[in-house]
Design a protein around this ligand. Sequence first.
Ligand SMILES: [Zn+2]
Length: 129
Amino acid sequence: MSKPKNAMTKREAKPFKQMLTVLRARLRGDVSGLADAALNKNPAAGSGSTLSNHMADMGSDQYEQDFSLSLMANEEEVLEQIDAALMRIESGTYGACDECGSKIPKMRLNAIPFTAYCVRCADQIQRGG
Ligand SMILES: [Zn+2]
């Protein structure tokens, strides 16, 4: 099994992993977990923590707004998608469209970090075809 060439490396995906972890905690109503994830993340990791902090601060307002829309749609489904996205990060396939293999733009991932599809495929799937 080769990895999609458009997928992110784990290092690239790290800020998104952080976002997903925070989102998941929030969806589950785990507010203390949310604080932990935001403040206390992985001290063992060492390098890269500054970037994660920065990304989290920068993205939070905007994606909170976008996310609340998705949240109303279907919490359970979103939770599943978040788990799936975290698994894709672990397996090194995150960032590539699950359908066509295209690179998913980071702008899109900042808004919907758990999406598995590029805009075009997501649109087609939503239309049921
Ligand atoms: Zn696609």
